[in-house]
Design a protein around this ligand. Structure first.
Ligand SMILES: Cc1cc2nc3c(=O)[nH]c(=O)nc-3n(C[C@H](O)[C@H](O)[C@H](O)COP(=O)(O)OP(=O)(O)OC[C@H]3O[C@@H](n4cnc5c(N)ncnc54)[C@H](O)[C@@H]3O)c2cc1C
Length: 427
């Protein structure tokens, strides 16, 4: 054998020796709230199933889960009968129960959705009907003097009071899911970026930066990269993730009294995002936002430059151009509000007129993973797909943090059905 080949083969053996090889029955990709909720449900229903969660970052909740508004949504907005509606209403109750049981701070503070013009009132009434049809408890339409008892600085024509809405820190929830998974015998491997997936005689081989995992089943919960992972597995979904950045301002502490809890506008029904709103966080701060901007980087938080490779990939996708064609007017307005702070303030002043530019300090940002089809439709509902012995969680935007426990249950139901598994009855 030529010397060079001997050296190369020895170097490969040494390299392979330093790489860990792990065997599992289930690998979950992504330690965001959805991947963790799924792994947690698996440990409950299949206590003996060897489960590994692989995460490219060095902590849980590093992306969407750790950069959201922290609202426990009630289930008001979503089409009746949709996965979002069902899982959000049930997930809202389940999330509060979980927080109570685990001693996680949360508050059921309620929210107002405010119609600020006469044209918005019929849309607000339609939202009220939809909320009732979805089973959201305690909804009430309020006149101006009634809603100002709840939010004395809020202005508008009428408001819908949603008493079941709550607030929580989803990073804390995700950490608790992780703790319970590990306590039940599951493993979370950090710094393990999935680079490739292949089939080896009926077993999935998951190549990661922390070594190779061989597993009977794989669940892809990679959030902003769920389409990339699905493609690695050879799945043709005809969907791509388009990242939408949301930027927040924070109300300066001395003016927080302007907002007691949560104040939302009536959403534009043609758009899946809720419009800039006010959110009190469990730590007492009050945020205003998020807007919705096309981001040319999947993990492109405010101030981050575009990623050339990811931007090119997006520009090559026909669905991206169809989104631009369809929503360019809305997109331009959102971009303008991002660049021109007084325009952002004006949108908020419709609900709280006393708010001034100087009351707003720059806050954080998050990036939403929104699946888009080739025609440029923003996929509205949660969406899952299968390939071989893998399940791909392809579209779980808001309210997926609220609904995470229910989404975990849905995915494990799919596993049982798809892979003919018999779960241990849960007491
Ligand atoms: C601005 C904003 C506000 C929101 N507000 C709310 C709200 O108030 N209430 C609500 O219910 N929902 C809200 N959401 C939605 C909610 O945060 C998300 O739906 C939810 O967090 C999705 O969880 P996830 O686990 O799917 O994704 P993520 O939290 O993004 O987790 C995916 C994980 O996969 C990992 N990963 C990716 N690629 C790889 C790879 N190749 N190898 C290994 N690991 C990988 C990532 O590092 C990441 O940790 C909001 C979202 C945003 C962005």
């Amino acid at each position: 054998m030529p010397v060079m080949r001997v050296m190369a083969s020895r170097a490969w053996r040494i390299y392979k020796g330093t790489m860990v090889e792990r065997e599992a029955e289930l690998v979950v990709i992504g330690a965001g709230i959805v991947g963790l909720a799924t792994a947690l449900e698996v440990t409950r229903r299949f206590p003996a199933m060897r489960t590994i969660v692989v995460e490219k970052e060095n902590r849980v909740a590093a992306h969407q889960t750790g950069h959201n508004s922290g609202v426990i949504h009630s289930g008001l907005y979503y089409r009746t009968g949709s996965l979002k509606a069902r899982n959000c209403v049930a997930g809202c109750a389940a999330m509060k129960r979980f927080c109570q049981e685990q001693g996680i701070p949360y508050e059921e503070c309620g929210k107002l959705v405010v119609a600020t013009s006469d044209e918005e009132v019929p849309r607000l009434e339609a939202l009220h009907e939809r909320g009732n049809a979805n089973g959201v408890p305690g909804l009430r339409m309020l006149e101006r003097d009634e809603f100002r008892e709840i939010e004395p600085h809020c202005e508008g024509k009428r408001a819908l009071h949603v008493p079941s809405t709550g607030i929580v820190d989803y990073s804390v929830v995700a950490e608790k899911y992780a703790e319970l998974i590990e306590r039940a015998g599951g493993e979370i491997v950090f710094g393990a970026k999935v680079l490739g997936l292949r089939d080896d005689a009926g077993r999935n081989v998951v190549e990661t930066t922390a070594g190779t995992m061989r597993s009977r089943y794989v669940i892809n919960c990679a959030g902003l990269y769920s389409d990339t992972i699905a493609r690695m597995a050879g799945l043709e979904t005809k969907l791509a993730i388009v990242p939408f950045r949301g930027e927040y301002y924070e109300i300066r502490p001395e003016r927080r009294y302007l907002v007691k809890n949560l104040i939302y506008p009536v959403p534009d029904p043609r758009f899946p995002f809720l419009g800039v709103h006010f959110t009190r966080r469990v730590n007492g701060s009050v945020e205003a936002g998020p807007n919705a901007l096309l981001a040319f980087r999947r993990e492109g938080y405010a101030g981050a430059p575009a990623d050339l490779g990811e931007a090119m990939e997006m520009l090559r996708y026909p669905g991206f151009w169809n989104v631009v064609k369809r929503y360019w007017r809305k997109g331009a307005a959102e971009q303008y509000r991002s660049w021109v702070k007084p325009a952002f303030t004006r949108a908020l002043q419709k609900m709280v007129p006393e708010l001034q530019d100087a009351d707003l300090a720059p806050g954080g940002s998050g990036v939403r993973a929104q699946a888009v089809d080739e025609a440029g439709n923003l996929v509205d509902d949660f969406y899952f797909a299968h390939s071989g012995s893998m399940i791909h969680v392809c579209n779980v935007p808001s309210p997926a943090a609220t609904a995470s426990l229910e989404i975990g249950r849905e995915v494990v139901d799919m596993m049982c059905e798809r892979f003919a598994l018999q779960a241990v009855p849960v007491k």
